[in-house]
Design a protein around this ligand. Sequence first.
Ligand code: ATP
Ligand code: MG
Length: 283
Amino acid sequence: MLRIAIQTKGRLNEQSIALLREIGIDVDGAKRKFLSKATNFPIEVLYLRDDDIPQVVANGTATLGIVGMNEVAERGCDVDIVSKLGFGGCRISLAIPKSEEYEGVEYFNGKRIATSYPNILEQFLSECGVKAQLEVISGSVEIAPAAGIADAIFDIVSSGGTLVSNGLKEVERVFESEAVLIANKNLSAEDRELLEELLFRIESERDSRDKKYLLMNIPTASLEEAVKILPAMRSPTVMPLAAEGWCSLHSVVDAAELWDKVRQLKAIGAEGILVLTLDKIIA
Ligand code: ATP
Ligand code: MG
C-alpha cells in the first residue's frame, strides 16, 4: 500500500488532487480528513503542510509526496525526485529596493537579506563568494526592507506583482521550482511496482496535454504529401470515403505546431478539419 503526502490547503492542494483524479485515483478531497484511502487503488492520501512533506517521505512515514522542488532543496531531505509535474511553477529570487543601483551579486556583500529559504540562499552566496547576513523569517518576507528588517529579500516570485507593489525589483533569479513527485529511497518491491504504475499513468496524462487529435478529408492525390506533413505516432490512419478520390486522414500533432500544420494541409486541399482534445496517450 502506498501512502502519498499532499498539501492540505494552499497553492498545490487543488492541482495535486486533480492530478490523482486524472490518473484514475478516486480521492476524497474533504480537507478535514488527515488520512483518506482511495477506493480503487492501493494508496492512501496524507494531508500535511508542505513544509513537512519532504521529511515524512524521507523517513518513510509516507512513501510518496507532492511538493515544490523549493521545499525539497531547502530541507535537504534525502528522497528520490521521480517526476516533475508541470504545475506550481515559481522561482526564488533576490530582490532589492527599486531605487538601488545594481551591478552584480557583489552588491550583497555586507547586506542583510530576509528569507524563508536560508539553505538555498547560503549555498548560492557561498558559490558567488559573497558574505551577507541572513534574517530568517517565515512569512511576509517582501515587507522586510520597508520595515527596516533587511536591505534585500530572497523570496518566491511567480508573476513579480508582489515585488512591484512593495517597491522592490528582482535582480538575481537563483532557483527554478515546480511541483515534483518524490519517493522514499527504500521502497518495498511491491510499492515500487505500484509507483511504476502511477508513473506510467502520469506520463500518459502529461503526453496528452500538449497534443491534439486531428481528422480531415483529403483528396487521395494529396495523400502522400499530407503524410509528410503529419508524421504521427507511428503513421497517420487513412480511411477511404464513399466519395471517390477522397479519404479521411487521422493523426496526432503537437499543439504548438497545430496551426502551422493546418495551414499546410489546407494548402494541399484538406477539408472538414476537426481538432479534438486528447484525454490520455498510452504509448
Ligand atoms: P503550507 O500551509 O502548506 O505550509 P505555504 O504557505 O508554505 O503552505 P503555499 O503558498 O501554499 O505554501 O505554496 C506552496 C508551494 O507553491 C510553494 O512552496 C511553491 O513551490 C509553489 N508556488 C508557486 N507559485 C508560488 C507563489 N507565487 N508564491 C508562493 N509559492 C508558490
Ligand atoms: Mg509551507
